[in-house]
Write a protein that binds this ligand. Sequence first.
Ligand code: PLP
Length: 488
Amino acid sequence: MRYRADHLANPRHTWAELFHWQIDRAFPNTLFEQIARQIRNAVLSQQLRPGTKLPSTRALAVRLGVSRASVVAAYNHLLAEGVVAGKVGAGTFIASDLPNDIVQTSPHHRIQRHDDFPENPTLGDERAFTGGRVLVDARTVEVWRKLTQRTFRSFSPYHLGYTDPRGAIELREAVCGYVRAARGVNCDVDQILITSGTQQAIDLTIRTVLTEGDSVWVENPAYPMTVQALRAARMTVHAVAVDAHGMDVAQGMRLAPKAKLAFVTPSHQFPTGAVLSMARRLDLIRWAKSTGAWIFEDDYASEYRYSGRPLTSLQSLDTAQRVIYVGTFNKVLFPGLRLGYVIVPRPLLKSFLSSRYLMDRQPSSLHQPIVATFLAEGHFLAHLRRMRQMYTRQRDVLAAELTKRAGDLVDIVLPDQGLHLLAYLRSKMSDVRIEKIARESGVITRALSRLYLAGPTRSALILGFTGYPPQVIIPAAAKLAKIIRANS
Ligand SMILES: Cc1ncc(COP(=O)(O)O)c(C=O)c1O
């Protein structure tokens, strides 16, 4: 449908009349492009809501001091894009049903869009096998209680006021010692920023190193919270295949050689568990060094290694300061803690610090000293040793139960790291269908195929095992096996 000027007869009073319409004649774009972009951006920023009536072409032309033809051309353009809708005799309106790609292509507004935020079926669910949940034992709870009391008793006015935006020095020192020893990370205390966890590190990184529309590599399949954050910030996301050796770096270089950032989970790819091979690690760093790209290393589960020797971090191989290393305490201690850290390459330090400060000034002072003492006094290592044993048992119980009851229908990959296992469905069973049916019966799984950004996908159930004792795992696994059998 073409836009026709007579659609705009009899303009009524609308909010759009209050809008600050303007054009800039010094701007290189044509007038019609400027007008169209202004309307598109006003829609994106929700200044002009769906259904709002726009001024008539004549009225807007007078107001902007431009020819009516420029406004007509702009309205026609937006009509073709689906941003506006025209009604004969009624005028032109912001479309009530805006096409998705309109929102994704605006290059000039750094506005985050959240109306496409998918419902996360596992969010906050306590039932087996919800991912990301952990059990902590009575010893950890007891130590935590004691340290909390001790720390709160010794709080000084310093702790109660505004403090360093990078976080408490005692925690940064403890983190520095830990990541150097455990992950080979090269860092000094001043390069560490305490965050509320990986998610805040992702957001900080997007704000600090990317500009809207920038190309970014993500693994395919990927951690959905990374992808959602990138899409909300309107980045151009390139899905780079993952195989048994982790992200296919050569494919990334072919797909988007000038990408600004690569998100990777090298020590335990989420969700497949693949370890990024040494050759690919070196290729990735070489690529970043030669193009000036950044690498976001999400080392979310390196602490939970059940067998074999872990590779050290990607950051430890990086002599060119391209890797933003991100760790979290929300897995290794508990998700409700909301504490993590970023080791920032020196060239980015100042900008990260400003972003951090502007975002929420500083981390809360209340829990940082507790975690710092937990690390410094050796409780952390003892906790890790006990939890590794406990989770190994939970993993094995789940794998054994599923194998016993549905071993002919699923291929179970026993992970040597992490908090979940994958049960690949044989034949043509749909993981999404099993996910749905299982949920209706009170068993929570996550369909692997939903975490792919592009096909071909694989069909598997992601099962978190760290949050549930054997007495919960066994009946839930039995129920799940029954569902798989009934639907295969
Ligand atoms: C790949 C990955 N990174 C990081 C995290 C932890 O995120 P946060 O520290 O924001 O809780 C998770 C949690 O599920 C994850 O799966």
